[in-house]
Design a binder for this molecule. Structure first.
Ligand code: NIG
Ligand code: FE
Length: 388
């Protein structure tokens, strides 16, 4: 069964065969069509040259973009921390200690409650154009609860990340907990995860502990990524570059050396501006990373503590207004950038052979995504060839 999507006013492909691609170049075709077959893109090009297909749908001149790739989220949890957010908005600083509140609620919840909450959030993301999502554990913090979190995350995505090294839970000494995270807990979690992550930050894990976590994970077959330089300057980005992490996430407090290091080592900088929005911290300057040639991704970091937005369009609006990105750079970072952060080449673009993951905008151009912030412009999303 082949499906021809025609009447596409503007098609964002991120396909180098379609012109300059990269931050700032989106491989745009106008008056375009796409043929989808077996869940994949079979053809893209000018509507006038479209091949015949079993079925055709006219999109009425709307814009079509690759589905968003949200490469950083924490969706397996129970409860919320709305009161903590309200307190921050009246001057209380963000504290990673709040993570322990969510750990207690998560441990007390049933599998079905955790599953239902994650399902609701994944559906919320889908309605906002996200077709690939990474999900971390990190609110279990003992072997059984971390393992269960990843089993549940795995029901929603193959991009699962073991984050036993989120914070040291109450009642544990740091050295003993590190042994657990890199020992029995890792052994139980590795079969359900693709990635290993560590929160490298004052008050969480230092450089040596972060290196130990990422190396143990790598030895167990997981690929490294890291929470780095979120709350202050620190060694997180350096550790990311040393250990060959796919991505260093947050990068809010990056030094010039850090930026150079990211560029030289090809580690993606994943910026998470919804977190600065929800913690009232200063935003990072994306121009510093882009000027140095760093690959920049945008993600939501959706979690109940530091920022509870599931919206990739909102992340892009903030990136444009507060991080200094152009609308095209922000869209590239939210699609192809996220794919790079997950080392995926089958998503984040619409070119022959890529997965047919796309979003139809209720707008004539991708510019409207950030030109009309807060407006629900995602008319429909297609996931592997099926409308969701
Ligand atoms: O990415 N930084 C660490 N982890 C999350 C916050 C988790 C929480 O506050 O519950 C983050 O911001
Ligand atoms: Fe996070």
């Amino acid at each position: 069964m082949s499906l021809l999507l025609r009447g596409i006013g503007e098609l964002v492909t991120n396909d180098p065969a379609r012109g300059a691609v990269g931050p700032g170049g989106l491989g745009i075709l106008r008056d375009a069509a796409v043929v989808v077959e077996h869940g994949r893109v079979a053809w893209t090009g000018p509507a006038a040259a479209a091949p015949a297909a079993d079925e055709a749908q006219d999109l009425g001149g709307r814009a079509v973009i690759p589905g968003f790739v949200d490469s950083h989220s924490h969706l397996v949890f129970a409860g919320d921390r709305a009161a903590e957010f309200a307190a921050r908005m009246t001057g209380r600083p963000y504290s990673a200690g709040g993570i322990r509140t969510t750990v207690s609620a998560t441990r007390a919840a049933s599998d079905d409650d955790l599953r239902a909450n994650a399902r609701r959030l994944v559906a919320e993301m889908r309605r906002q154009g996200t077709t690939t999502v990474e999900i971390k554990s990190g609110y279990g913090l003992d072997t059984a609860h971390e393992e269960r979190s990843l089993r549940i995350a795995r029901e929603f995505t193959p991009e699962t990340t073991y984050l036993g090294a989120h914070v040291v839970p109450q009642g544990h000494d740091p050295a003993g907990y590190l042994d657990l995270v890199t020992g029995a807990m890792l052994a139980a979690c590795a079969p359900h995860a693709r990635w290993i992550d560590v929160f490298c930050e004052r008050g969480a894990f230092g450089a040596d502990a972060a290196r130990a976590v990422l190396r143990a994970g790598t030895a167990a077959g997981l690929a490294p990524r890291i929470h780095a330089n979120q709350l202050g300057p620190g060694p997180g980005i350096e550790v990311a570059c040393e250990t060959g992490a796919a991505s260093a996430d947050h990068c809010t407090f990056a030094s010039d050396d850090d930026v150079r290091n990211l560029a030289d080592s090809g580690v993606v900088a994943t910026l998470l501006p919804t977190i600065e929005f929800s913690t009232r911290q200063p935003y990072p300057d994306a121009r510093r990373f882009l000027a140095a040639g760093v690959t920049v991704a945008l993600a939501t970091d959706c979690n109940p503590g530091s920022g509870f937005s599931s919206s990739m369009p909102f992340a892009q609006a903030l990136a444009v207004r507060e991080l200094g990105m152009s609308p095209a750079e922000a869209l590239w970072a939210a699609t192809a950038g996220g794919a790079a952060a997950l080392r995926r080449d089958d998503v984040g673009r619409l070119s022959p052979g890529s997965r047919a993951d796309l979003a139809v905008l209720d707008a004539p151009s991708h510019l409207h995504l950030t030109y009309r912030p807060g407006v629900p412009l995602i008319r429909a999303a297609m996931l592997a060839g099926s409308w969701t």
